[in-house]
Design a protein around this ligand. Sequence first.
Ligand code: GLP
Length: 263
Amino acid sequence: MNSNEVKAYSNGKKSGVKVFVAGSYEALSKKAATILAGAIANKPEFILGLATGTSPLGLYDELAELNAQGRVDFSKVTSYNLDEYYPIAPENDQSYRYFMNKNLFSKINIDIEKTHVLSGLTKDPEGECKAYDAEIEAAGGIDLQVLGIGNNGHIGFNEPGKDFIWGTHMVELTESTIEANSRLFNSADEVPRAALSMGIGNIMCAKQIVLVANGPKKAQAVKEALEGEITPYCQASILQLHPNVTFVLDEDAASALTEYKEI
Ligand code: GLP
C-alpha cells in the first residue's frame, strides 16, 4: 500500500463498526484528525473524550496543525480524559494531565479550564469517580471518544477480567500493563500500581468513537476486538456493539484480521 493511502475494510456484515487501514502512521493520524475535525465543525460546543498513550500522538499533532491553519476551532470544546494513574501528581511528567498539556492542550486554542483529567491525588477516589460521571452526564455526554488499545485489549484502563465495569472506577493495573507502560518510566517499579478510569459504560455511551492503533504489537488485540467473541477478557470487543465506532489502523495493526477485507 502507498504510504499516504487509506483504505476502507469491511467484514460484509451490517454494523456500526467502520475500519480504515492506512499505509503509514502519518496517514492513519491524518485520517483520524479529519474525522475529529469534521465532527467538531458540526458542533462547536463539542464534548470530546481524549486518550493518552503513544498511539494518538500523531493525531494530536495533526489536530494542532489543523488548528494552526484555522481549520478546526477548540475554543468552545470541553474535554474529558479517559484515565489517570493513581496516585500521581499532575506535575509529574508521567501523569496523563502532564501528557495532555504537553502534547495537545498547549498546542491548540482550547480553554484549559474546560479540560478535565481525573485527579491522581484525590483523597477520595470513589467520590472523584462519581463526580466525574455526574459532570459528563450534566455536560450532555461525550460526543466523540478517542481511544487507543492496550496489547491485552484494554481500553482506557479497563483491564481484562470477568466483568465489564460501567462507570468511572479505581483499577488495579495488570502486570502486563505495568510492564508495557514501564517503557515510559525509568523502571517498572516507578509505574503506579493503580489508576482511575472511565468505565465501559462511559465509553459505550459516547455518541461516536474513534480508535487508533498502530504497530505489530497491537495486531492480536485488534483482531480479538473486531473479530473475536464479545468478552470482558478482551474489553475492546464490546465496541462491536457500538452504533458508530471507527477503527483507524496501520497495516501492522490490521495484519491479523481475516474477516475484514479491503472494499
Ligand atoms: C495505556 C492507556 C490506554 C492506551 C494504552 C495503549 O495503558 N491507559 O488509554 O490506549 O495504554 O498505549 P499506547 O498507545 O502507548 O500503545
